[in-house]
Ligand binder design. Structure first.
Ligand code: FUB
Length: 322
């Protein structure tokens, strides 16, 4: 049997969990309850708005704070509001979200609120220099904020091998180096990049960059960053092999050394997660398609407790319980 879905009145996916005002807030995608064929471009993920959810702690009752941002109020966006994230600085809350612009290119935008549960007001333009999907924002102990992003296939990372969009960009061959996720430091406004996005290197234990054919380990989409005992843990989806895996570094910029699996494949094609600490306990939020009976674009949010070994390795989780 699978673990329990925690939001049942809407289809929700890609949950970004944060501890704000002593509660767990969730910033997920809002999947539409519509019939559509799946394709590799992800056209079936045609979401148009975001809801925010909160709970006192994982397992407690979940509050739906309603629609907090709709695509109709985002001037630069045309369609597909995909996986968002949120951050807080000095009492302001920032919602980061990807969507296609009016040329069909994925960009990342920001919307603001003075409350964690919105509503959020989007900036007129997307973040200058942003591209691709799946923003994840991390606050380091020194007060710097970094945004991690990027996703293959429909997420267009293969179209950004240079700093110009190449409409004919393709995935590397199996023996070529894998495409890499990106990082940019946010400037003090939280609304723009302070630097040009850089690639994040993910290495195997021998110090070699992962190859594109290493689909069990190479980056596909859905990045997340957290710090544990002074080390930076970068986790992500392997896409085609449907795992959440992680890599560790001494710096938010990497290089990161690949470690292994956090979450085994779940029901449905996509897998996407976040990791949050509350009162010393660590939790993994993720989604699957169990509630919709396996429909890839109708996903539902779940959580599981995350445990570490004494030497800081994450104990892998399976969604299926006895
Ligand atoms: O929700 C749309 C896309 O599916 C996300 O951006 C990806 O991470 C995958 O979960």
């Amino acid at each position: 049997m699978e673990k329990t879905v925690i939001i049942t009145d809407n289809y929700t996916a890609d949950p970004s969990a944060h501890l704000f005002e002593d509660k767990i807030y969730l910033y997920p995608s809002h999947d539409l309850d519509i019939e559509m064929e799946s394709n590799d471009n992800g056209d079936q993920y045609c979401m148009t708005d975001y809801h925010v959810y909160s709970m006192e702690k994982p397992g407690a009752q979940v509050t739906d704070h309603g629609e907090v941002l709709h695509i109709n109020s985002v001037d630069w966006a045309s369609k597909q509001m995909w996986a968002p994230d949120a951050a807080e600085k000095d009492g302001e809350y920032y919602l980061y979200f990807p969507a296609r612009d009016h040329k069909g290119i994925f960009r990342i935008g920001v919307a603001k609120s003075n409350r964690p549960y919105g509503p959020f007001k989007a900036n007129k333009s997307y973040i200058k220099g942003s591209f691709s999907i799946d923003p994840a924002v991390f606050r380091d102990d020194d007060g710097s904020y970094y945004i991690y992003f990027g996703g293959l296939w429909g997420g267009q990372l293969q179209n950004w091998k240079t700093d110009k969009f190449d409409k004919d960009g393709t995935e590397p061959k199996p023996d070529d180096l894998a495409l890499l996720p990106r990082i940019a430091k946010l400037d003090s406004s939280m609304e723009e990049f302070e630097e040009n996005p850089r690639e994040i290197e993910i290495l195997d234990k021998k110090g070699n960059l992962l190859l594109a054919g290493n689909e069990d380990a190479r980056y596909f989409e859905g990045p997340w960053m957290f710090k544990y005992r002074g080390k930076y843990y970068f986790s992500y989806s392997t896409g085609t092999t449907h795992k959440i895996v992680y890599a560790i570094s001494d710096s938010p910029y990497g290089p990161f050394i690949y470690q292994g699996t956090i979450l085994e494949p779940v029901i449905g094609w996509t897998t996407h997660h976040s990791i949050v600490e509350q009162n010393g306990d660590w939790y993994l939020f993720y989604h699957d398609c169990s509630l919709s009976g396996g429909v890839n674009h109708k996903r539902s949010v779940k959580y599981a407790k995350l445990d570490f070994t004494d030497d800081g390795k994450i104990i892998p989780i399976s969604d299926f319980v006895q």
